[in-house]
Design a protein around this ligand. Structure first.
Ligand code: F3S
Length: 418
């Protein structure tokens, strides 16, 4: 692999042991994946934040690297944690879990990372431009960044992303190369896909069919995503939410890191070479199979979760509108970023949701939370990713449907009943 003089010096330890370790990880990954050079990254998003997943070994690894002098050199954000650091008691988690979770965040802060813990950094604070090279880890954010924003990132593992933040570079392979961004499957959608949860169901089905391929969807009725003068995409809140749910599901039932939508996503509108001839063709005639697989036979709903990936302002507003002046029979969490929660206070949306008995949780995620500490056994959600992860990762039986169906379940305590 060709390294610049500065990169060779980093590798020789000229910038200290923490940087040497970081560039060693990045260069080793590059060699494994056949990269011939390293490239600078504009921003990094690091997974591996939940103490429940990291354990003491992972926490120790982070603390060691921080005390070795590791400091990030590009804007870096974190994935969600296991709980809201300001509201873990309201969620019902133990002080032991909260303390350990706090130690993980502190280790990242010691490396100069602002503790912004979200899987939707692109909604608040870090909107990458078209063509920018990133090192992001969260699979749904990777799918959004590549597909909707036209940025270039592989799906990094947690240590690989952190290493990229510390040395400011990633290895140039995979989706960083334009020639690797061509579609591998043409997915012709012939059924109605119009509500956000239907995009999630479509992603679940297509992800199972294409695996780690790159689907090109046809037949989806969405407005074209355009670029402004600074090469940043212009996308409506409604379309953004739909694409967010689609990509999250594609990346969970499959390992899709990039999708195209004919006539819609920016890259397929800029490049004419993204759909080579003779790629595999798939037709989707119905979402029925997804709806059947994502709905377990449970009626009583203990917890409703909206915000996987983290809720946008439009979703928070919608939940507030549906719950205003009402009282919940089940627990309801809207999981979102700290910035979105703060913004949703001014118009009273957080207050509407919390007056009904729900919580607007900042920086947390049910899938990586110590849910065994809580009494919930069943969950309803509008996210196909959450629906497919809830049982294996959090031990919760699920119901999956439209956001309105989910809030209705929270009000009645039952799925499908008023
Ligand atoms: Fe985000 Fe957790 Fe869902 S990280 S995408 S809320 S599983």
């Amino acid at each position: 692999m060709k390294l610049t003089d500065e990169e060779q010096a980093m590798l020789a330890g000229a910038q200290g042991p923490a940087v040497k370790r970081a560039i060693d990880i990045v260069a080793t990954l590059g060699r494994v994946f056949g990269a011939d050079e390293l490239i600078p990254v504009a921003s990094v998003q690091v997974a591996g934040v939940s103490y429940r997943n990291l354990g003491d070994a992972g926490l120790g690894f982070l603390q060691d690297w921080a005390s070795e002098g590791a400091r990030v050199r590009v804007p870096t954000t974190l994935n969600p944690a296991g709980m809201d650091p300001a509201q873990w008691q309201r969620q019902g988690f133990s002080s032991l879990s909260a303390e350990k979770q706090g130690q993980v965040i502190s280790a990242y802060q010691a490396m100069g990372i602002e503790p912004i813990c979200t899987c939707t950094p692109y909604l608040f604070g870090n909107l990458p431009s078209y063509g920018e090279h990133l090192a992001w880890s969260e699979s749904s954010a990777v799918a959004y960044a590549n597909s909707v924003l036209g940025a270039h990132t592989n799906r990094e593992g947690g240590p690989g992303a952190l290493a990229a933040a510390i040395c400011g570079r990633t290895a140039c392979y995979g989706l960083h190369k334009p020639e690797n961004r061509q579609a591998t499957h043409k997915v012709d959608v012939r059924c109605r896909v119009s509500e956000p949860y239907e995009f999630a169901a479509l992603g679940y089905l297509a992800g199972k069919l294409v695996g780690d391929g790159i689907p090109l969807f046809t037949g989806l009725d969405l407005p074209a995503i355009t670029l402004d003068d600074s090469h940043t995409v212009v996308v409506t809140a409604d379309e953004s939410d739909k694409c967010k749910l689609l990509g999250a599901a594609l990346a969970s039932s499959g390992a899709v890191a990039l999708y195209h939508i004919r006539g819609v996503t920016p890259e397929v509108r800029q490049r004419s070479d993204l759909c080579p001839p003779n790629i595999k063709a798939i037709t989707i005639n119905s979402l029925h199979e997804a709806l059947a697989e994502l709905n377990h036979p449970v009626e009583k709903i203990d917890l409703v979760v909206i915000g996987c990936p983290h809720a946008s302002l439009a979703e928070i507003e919608e939940v507030a509108r549906l719950l205003r002046g009402k009282h919940l029979a089940s627990a309801l969490w809207v999981t979102t970023s700290r910035a979105a929660r703060a913004t949703a206070i001014a118009p009273g949306w957080v207050q509407d949701i919390e007056a009904a008995g729900g919580l607007v949780i900042a920086e947390g995620c049910v899938v990586v939370a110590p849910m065994n500490e809580l009494p919930y056994r069943t969950l309803a959600t509008n996210s196909a990713k959450m629906a497919s992860y809830a049982l294996p990762h959090a031990g919760l039986q699920v119901r999956f449907g439209a956001l309105e169906e989910c809030t209705q379940a929270a009000l009645s305590g039952r799925w499908g009943k008023d």
